[in-house]
Write a protein that binds this ligand. Structure first.
Ligand code: FAD
Length: 467
């Protein structure tokens, strides 16, 4: 079979990892072809992940703030929800971004080929395009094929009332009673949206806390708040059976806090994501794919086949867009002959729930499990003038530090806007800041950003004025 297209660099997948790599490689003078099975660029993040979820969470935030301000003397009526209008607004946000990507690709002369790609050999990929099969040969490849929703086997998935995050973001309707199966970030973000829109929410989680990656004290303010709003939260509990009945989905639970079988209008499966390593015929190129479906890479994002690189969700945890983007740049730069390495000291995590939870570096749970010595400073937002003035004093900012060097080791923030606030702690860690540096840095008053400075001062015993 002769080649239809030859690429100096072929990028498989147009998510945040793929388009970043493609654009960087083109900017460095490479001729780039990017393959994507969907007609829209941007991958999971832009189409059915980060961006649509944040658009809907913004709507949820406005609704819950309007509710809250009633305690401060202003009362709005019950919100009138126009689900079609919310959906089109969310779609307009996504379309702006994905349309922008098309332009950026064009400007850089990155050729986009639409179709499902599979490796044929270590130097060729075949693409099933709407116009038929195309063979693309390449000098270098960057695999950015991402991940898909994971499923627990044995449930009746042909019942459209069982949905995943993509179905939840499609916003078909507002179910009366919604069970969220999985108390991780994605499940709880969707719970936040549907709670604000008026669903009665229950959450079931196998572990003994919600958002299992975060420290318990960071999760507690969220748990306390949603326990009051939601119908139920079942920890250490699993779902053993889901039956499709005409009147709803009958769910059977097992575990410490398991209730009697319950009937729900919808069940949202949010039990994690699995890498797409097994979907691209990687063996034809001689690529190693591990038991979990990840493609192992070195610090330059190189696979076991030296001219093939891989980035993003398909190479390992954490499956986050900001990790994919940085890895994409590293892969492209190495292909262009630069020496680039992916070696961040930390990759921050954020749950955009209400309140938000953000953490970076070492967590207290990890420090204890690994026997790492640490000291900590924890600043309760009840002593922050700004937190009080926005009526959200349940937050907390915590820093962990090395007892000897006094440098920051980790930080956790729970409270409104924690996702924005954590970036400063990430910078501090990357720059090797110690607690004194953070405490001596003048933060604007009154802001929530001050809480990091106060936590640092608490760790050093130098705090004087809590407000
Ligand atoms: P993807 O975005 O998965 O892109 C891979 C692309 O490859 C896809 O477009 C796919 O169609 C294409 N592809 C795959 N196989 C083939 C093939 N054989 N042929 C052609 N094309 C193929 N992360 C954050 O950092 N912040 C968030 O707030 C956040 N929120 C999220 C919310 C939800 C509901 C979900 C599901 C995820 C969220 N994520 C978030 C995770 C984030 O979306 C991913 O980490 C990110 O998209 C990974 O980027 P990627 O480039 O590795 O792959």
């Amino acid at each position: 079979q002769s080649s239809d297209i030859h690429a100096e660099v072929v990028v498989l997948g147009a998510g945040p990892g793929g388009y970043t790599a493609a654009f960087r490689a083109a900017d460095l003078g490479k001729q780039v072809v990017m393959i994507e099975k969907h007609s829209s660029l941007g991958g999971v993040c832009l189409n059915v992940g980060c961006i649509p979820s944040k658009a809907l969470l913004h709507v949820a935030k406005v609704i819950s703030e309007a509710e809250e301000v009633s305690h401060h003397g202003v009362t709005f009526g019950k919100p009138a929800i126009d689900i079609d209008a919310i959906r089109s607004w969310k779609e307009s946000v996504v379309n702006k971004l994905t349309g922008g990507l098309k332009q950026l690709a064009k400007q850089r002369k990155v050729q986009v080929v639409q179709g499902v790609a599979k490796f044929v050999s270590a130097n060729s990929i075949s693409v099933a395009t709407p116009e038929g099969e195309k063979l693309i040969t390449f000098d270098h490849a960057i695999i950015a094929a991402g991940s898909s929703v994971a499923r627990i086997p044995g449930f009746p998935y042909d019942d459209p009332r069982i949905i995943d995050s993509t179905g939840a973001l499609a916003l078909q309707d507002v179910p009366k009673r919604l069970l969220i199966l999985g108390g991780g970030i994605i499940g709880l973000e969707m719970a936040t949206v549907y709670d604000a829109l008026g669903s009665k929410i229950s959450v079931v989680e196998l572990m003994d806390q919600l958002i299992p990656g975060a420290d318990k004290d960071m999760v507690k303010p969220l748990h306390t708040r949603i326990a009051k709003r939601y119908e139920a939260i079942y920890l250490k509990t699993k779902v053993t059976k889901i039956e499709s009945l005409p009147e709803g989905l009958r769910v059977t639970f097992e575990g410490e806090q398991a209730p009697e079988p319950q009937l729900y209008d919808r069940v949202l499966m949010a039990v994690g994501r699995r890498p797409n390593g097994r979907e691209i015929n990687a063996e034809a190129a001689g690529l190693t794919v591990n038991d979990r479906g990840f493609i192992p890479v070195d610090k330059q994002q190189r696979t076991n086949v030296p001219h093939i690189f891989a980035i993003g969700d398909i190479v390992g945890d954490p499956m986050l867009a900001h990790k994919a983007v940085h890895e994409g740049k590293v892969a492209a730069e190495n292909i262009a002959g630069h020496k680039a390495y992916f070696e961040p000291l930390t990759i921050p995590s954020v749950a955009y729930t209400d309140p938000e939870i953000a953490w970076m570096g070492l967590t207290e749970t990890q420090a204890k499990a690994q026997g790492i010595a640490y000291e900590k400073g924890a600043f309760p937002w009840a002593a922050s003038g700004r937190a009080l003035s926005v009526g959200r004093e349940e937050g907390m900012t915590k820093v962990l530090l090395d007892p000897v060097s006094r440098r920051i080791l980790g930080a956790g923030i729970v409270g409104v806007n924690a996702g924005e606030l954590i970036a400063e702690a990430v910078l501090a860690l990357e720059m090797g800041a110690d607690m004194e540096d953070i405490g001596l840095t003048i933060h604007p008053h009154p802001t929530l950003s001050e809480t990091l400075c106060f936590a640092a001062e608490m760790a050093e015993g130098t705090i004087t004025d809590l407000l």
